[in-house]
Design a protein around this ligand. Sequence first.
Ligand SMILES: *Cc1c(COP(=O)(O)O)cnc(C)c1O
Length: 338
Amino acid sequence: MHLARFPRVSLGHFPTPLEPLLNLSRFLGGPNLYIKRDDCTGLATGGNKTRKLEFLLADALQQGADIVITQGATQSNHVRQTIAGAAKLGLKTQVLLEKRVSDFGDDYQRSGNVLLDNLLGGVIVDHLPAGTDMQQAMEHLAETLRAKGHKPYVIPGGGSNAIGALGYVACAEELLYQSTQQQLRIDHVVHATGSTGTQAGLVAGLTASNSGIPVLGISVRAAKEKQEENVYALAQRTRELLGIHGELSRATVVANSGYVGAGYGLPTEGTLEALTLLAQLEGILLDPVYTGKGMAGLIGLIRQGHFRKDDNIVFIHTGGSAGLFGYRELLQQQAKHE
Ligand SMILES: *Cc1c(COP(=O)(O)O)cnc(C)c1O
């Protein structure tokens, strides 16, 4: 692979650390857990969208865009990182938020990522009802801006298209390099999967190098079949963009949707347990929407005996801790129970 063929800007601190989770591994009685700290990308509290935005915003600059449009749920980490990355490049961002989660109060609506969106200079143009066709709403906003003489660049939800997924192809290369340096045989990579760019990029990168490392996405929203279909389609498009010939084996794309619970953005008991365990055993902050569920899935599967005791498993921490502040009431109730 030759990623330097694609335009890229520098927005994050790379490589992110790959470290053992000694206390959690001991607590669970094995396997050997490791964490790749993509929460430490450095961009306005960091996260996985930083990697995608290095390619997406470079494309925006190359196309001569003067304004960025994107969308996400109220507490979107993608929206926050997009605004921050664009700000660094001197671009303004106009945002459409979707009220995808309605169960939480004032902190959810205004604190956490929303507070940071405003501080970073993002313009929240509208806060639309759950189920709105957000892609169409963005196209409409782009039309309005074009009519005013602007050149908008539209980034899909989660930054998940083939250009964005290149960020996780780069992560796959980084991870393989670290595994060689640390003499760490990796048996599984596990992470939270949503808009699919992370898993698609990892699968494209890890298969292109014939690493033989399987990736397991823990779904935070969609059912297994739909999630796998979407990840597979994007992984294929990413391979095409990279000029990799031949068909990707369908078996390389695996998602587990057994840990979604009641729905997107609604933490389960397992999510809260994972948040608490990582905080209190490792001093690591997960998030209530993605990594809390992803880690709950990993812990759940370990308890079911899904992995071998001597497996080395890398959990990719995709960020999101800014979202904790949007869930203050729920987390305080949880703390009282203990
Ligand atoms: C967006 C996000 C994910 C999911 O990544 P996708 O590429 O959308 O599948 C996981 N964790 C966090 C914290 C995120 O913000």
